[in-house]
Design a protein around this ligand. Structure first.
Ligand code: C2O
Length: 569
């Protein structure tokens, strides 16, 4: 079949939200950007042309590209950015995946507005392993940044916000609203109310706003449903810095797929979704016909986080007038770690004969990484210190040239491959808050993995500065989440409890607050693959590293040659 083709024009466009029109970086002038529709087995050519005054690169989050990291997208990891006036064609193959993924800018904080959905239909003649829905709807849950008082979108000073994040020693003023499909919903105050909101932005809590009625309809996403029909909702958390709870008033959701992998269906009233993750749910319109709110609000596990805004959209039965006031759903409490743990434990791979879960049973390489925050001396910063973040006490330093290029062309001096398999200092990771261990070292240090070896990685949260949940994303692979727990990982007791039968398979996992998560994957995809916390703030602070997966001996087991139009550094 002929490849599918898309043209992505990166352009700055005026978009009006929250009663203000502001210029933001978009794809084809759309916010959110265009949905990429493909079928399993397709080849897709997406030509990205940069008309904006910012460097850009696009990542196809979770879309596995075998031997071809050149099209993965993270700037300075697998490519150099596409400069103003230039184009690059991402030549993508869709193999062995079906469901919902997404794409986003992968440079600085541009993904705040440059993102969209990827919908992968199963192969022709292969039905869903669940009852066929009558209709499908994409829901992108995100945060937009519109700073109070200043009343401007973030786009002109994206770098300033990033620096603010590390230099002030506190999280920056990150966003003024969360949105569903780019719209904050009627609970978000406008005009005069907005002014008041800005003065009290920390105190306002869901659902304290009065319903603003029809006036904000253009700021509200409405999903119209017909009584008795079933809908497939493709939910994507595209937020920069917030894990989100999501619920629909009066309606249960049946989870059927996560990160483009089918799950054993289960029913829930609310779900948790971290930045980077996707969740497909079936919703049956079987309630009294009226208007119901769908709502998303952050999971807040650290006192410093003040991003507590609720985004709403409306599920509206056909024929119900717009004047009917919607009902609000019950969301878990903002700090409900127990809900997060129990929800994640219910997630299981479908593991059917047709869609087996091939969990590695034997482990060739055991890795244990501690996640820590810390402060480093910084003479030019407020208070003389700067917040940084680290894995195994190493803060990742971004290179000036693409790591995959350096690996492929054997360039010296760009990175080292001595990232430690375990921390050099052991301590009670989740004990009392730790301040003694804050000195981290900086480096562009990678971990070298033998081709086709099986890897087990335990990600251990620590109380360095504070415990916090971290959504970790691995590029180039899916992994199996074989175990998770609160406290310190116990290597003699915990592995006995691992699920090696039907663990969830995904590309992003929330490491629990003050706990650990164990993942396994087979390193069968050669190249350089980024791994990082998908909280953009933490990525900026250095909570990232990369794996170099070596070539295999076979003819089809090595990194492909780079494409001719790969942007130069
Ligand atoms: Cu969705 Cu490296 O990210």
């Amino acid at each position: 079949a002929a490849p599918k083709k898309y043209q992505f024009d990166i352009q700055v466009k005026n978009v009006s939200r929250l009663c203000h029109a502001k210029p933001i970086v978009t794809v084809n002038g759309m916010f959110p950007g265009p949905t990429v529709y493909v079928r399993e087995g397709d080849r897709v050519l997406i030509r990205v042309t940069n008309h904006a005054q910012y460097n850009i690169s696009i990542h196809w989050h979770g879309l596995k590209q075998f031997r071809n990291g050149w099209v993965d997208g993270p700037a300075y990891i697998t490519q150099c950015p596409i400069k103003t006036g230039n184009s690059y064609t991402y030549d993508l193959k869709v193999t062995g995946q079906r469901g919902t993924l997404w794409w986003h800018a992968h440079i600085l904080w541009l993904r705040a507005t440059v993102y969209g959905a990827i919908v992968i239909m199963p192969k022709e003649g292969t039905p869903f392993p669940f009852p066929r829905p009558n209709s499908e709807v994409n829901l992108l849950l995100v945060a937009i940044i519109l700073r109070c008082g200043v009343g401007e979108w973030w786009n002109n000073d994206v770098e300033k916000i990033e620096k603010q994040g590390s230099k002030l020693g506190v999280p920056p003023n990150m966003s003024d609203a969360h949105t569903i499909n780019g719209k904050p919903g009627p609970l978000f105050p406008c005009s005069e109310k907005r002014k008041k909101y800005c003065q009290n932005s920390i105190k306002i809590n869901f659902p304290s706003h009065r319903f603003a009625g029809k006036s904000l309809r253009s700021d509200t996403f409405v999903m119209e449903v017909e009584q008795g029909k079933t809908y497939l909702l493709r939910i994507i958390n595209a937020a920069l810095n917030d894990e989100l709870f999501f619920a629909i008033a009066g309606h249960n959701m049946t989870v059927v797929e996560i990160d483009a992998v089918y799950t054993k269906p289960f029913t829930t009233q609310a779900l948790i979704i971290t930045p980077g993750q996707t969740t497909n749910v079936l919703v049956r319109a079987d309630q009294v016909p009226r208007r119901y709110f769908m709502a998303a609000r952050p999971f807040i596990d650290v006192p410093l986080a003040i991003d507590n805004k609720t985004a709403t959209a409306i599920l509206q039965y056909k024929g119900v007038p717009n004047t009917v006031r919607p009902i609000l759903p019950k969301l878990p409490a903002p700090n409900d770690t127990a809900f997060v743990m129990s929800y994640n434990k219910r997630l299981r791979s479908l593991n059917s004969p047709q869609f087996p879960a091939n969990v590695p049973l034997k482990v060739d390489r055991r890795l244990f990484y501690t996640i820590g925050l810390g402060k480093n001396p910084c003479p030019t910063c407020q208070n003389g210190t700067q917040i940084i973040a680290s894995l195994n006490n190493i803060t990742f330093v971004m290179p000036q040239t693409g790591l995959l290029q350096a690996h492929y062309f054997k360039l010296k001096g760009v990175f080292s491959t001595d990232f430690p398999d375990r921390p050099t200092i052991t301590f009670n990771y989740t004990g009392a808050p730790l301040t003694a261990n804050l000195g981290t070292s900086l480096g562009t240090r990678l971990s070298k993995i033998a081709f086709n070896s099986t890897v087990e990685l335990v990600l251990q949260d620590t109380n360095l500065l504070t415990v916090e949940s971290h959504p970790f994303h691995l590029h180039g692979y899916n992994f199996f989440v074989v175990g998770t727990g609160i406290g310190n990982f116990n290597s003699s007791k915990d592995p006995a409890k691992f699920n090696l039968v039907d663990p969830p398979e995904r590309n992003t996992i929330g490491v629990p607050t003050g706990g650990w998560t164990a993942i396994r994957f087979r390193a069968d995809n050669p190249g350089v693959w980024f791994m990082h916390c998908h909280l953009e703030l933490h990525t900026s602070w250095g909570l990232k590293m990369a794996f170099v997966v070596e070539n295999g001996k076979g003819a089809d087991q090595s990194v492909l040659p780079p494409p001719k139009d790969l942007p130069p550094c």
